[in-house]
Write a protein of this length. Structure first.
Length: 305
């Protein structure tokens, strides 16, 4: 009897435990850390209407994506175009950096190649000294000449960039890209010219004269690069009403250098002019005159657009 009574008590305890577990599982879990949702009072007025705070959240509304249509917000703001004053400030800063780079480059070249620069200047003035310098440089293109030629291309491109800006010829909306186009365009033009002369010297029996004329172009371009330094400084920093005088002075100086170079070229080709006048005329039209006319036409078309 005692064992039967213990079995009944054990069964009764199991039934009580099972019933308690069923009741607990039927109820929702009550976590003391759960956050109860705030009861929305539909009858209350919006606080934003009273305070005028645009950051207040209106009741019954979802958090929509705020755009420029939402009052007090400018989330999706388009980039505004630069004003004329801002463009002029950017242009002045860019010119200052370019001129500073030009002066630093010029200082380094004068410091390192001062003796060679003196020889180049004497060769510019005297034809015999130019031939002597050509014989000294017969080994090929040296670093000194290459660096000075790069300086000429940069100074010439910068002068062209200032010229186009003054006359409203927009090569590119970016100042850096416009200057890059001017510099690379000038460098590409003279590179093609030197290559063309080399081809002519290889085809016709005028290799010696072509080499002399090629070197003459190099010397005169180097001197023109030095001439352009004060011209660029005047164009960049003289008062606006005097800028066109500085531009005309620079163009006049370049024109005189160009005419002087062609005169020296005539002395080199003197013995060929009598028997090859037609070929010489074709060369002048195709190589000397036509490229300038093409560049002028392109600039005028760019100004018209």
């Amino acid at each position: 009897m005692s064992h039967l009574l213990k079995i009944k008590e054990a069964l009764f305890c199991c039934l009580l435990t099972l019933s308690a577990m069923l009741q607990v599982s039927a109820q929702p879990p009550s976590n003391p850390f759960d956050l109860l949702p705030r009861v929305v009072q539909t009858n209350s007025q919006d606080s934003s209407a009273l305070t005028g705070n645009p950051f207040d959240i209106l009741s019954g509304q979802h958090m929509a994506r705020r755009t420029t249509q939402s009052p007090g917000f400018t989330v999706e703001k388009k980039r505004e175009p630069l004003t004329a004053k801002q463009k002029e400030e950017n242009y002045n800063q860019f010119v200052f950096i370019s001129v500073l780079a030009m002066l630093i480059f010029l200082t380094l070249i004068f410091t390192i190649f001062r003796i060679l620069i003196e020889k180049i200047w004497m060769a510019f003035l005297n034809d015999n000294l130019l031939n002597q310098l050509l014989r000294e440089q017969a080994a090929g293109v040296t670093v000194a000449y290459l660096l000075q030629y790069l300086m000429f291309c940069f100074n010439g491109g910068l002068f062209l960039f200032l010229f186009c800006h003054y006359y409203g010829i927009e090569i590119s909306s970016s100042n850096g890209w416009a200057l890059t186009l001017c510099v690379t365009g000038l460098a590409g033009f003279f590179l093609l010219k030197h290559l063309l002369l080399q081809i002519v010297g290889g085809i016709f029996p005028v290799k010696k004269e072509i080499a002399s004329y090629n070197f003459t172009i190099v010397i005169f371009n180097l001197v023109a690069g030095f001439f352009l330094v004060p011209v660029i400084l005047f164009v960049a920093y003289v008062p606006a009403e005097m800028t066109h005088y500085a531009l005309y002075a620079g163009l006049g100086l370049l024109l005189l250098t160009y005419l002087f170079r062609n005169l020296r070229g005539l002395f080199i080709a003197n013995r060929f002019l009598a028997g090859h006048k037609f070929h010489f005329f074709l060369y002048l039209c195709a190589v000397e005159i036509a490229p300038f006319l093409i560049v002028i036409k392109l600039l005028l078309q760019q100004k018209g657009t």
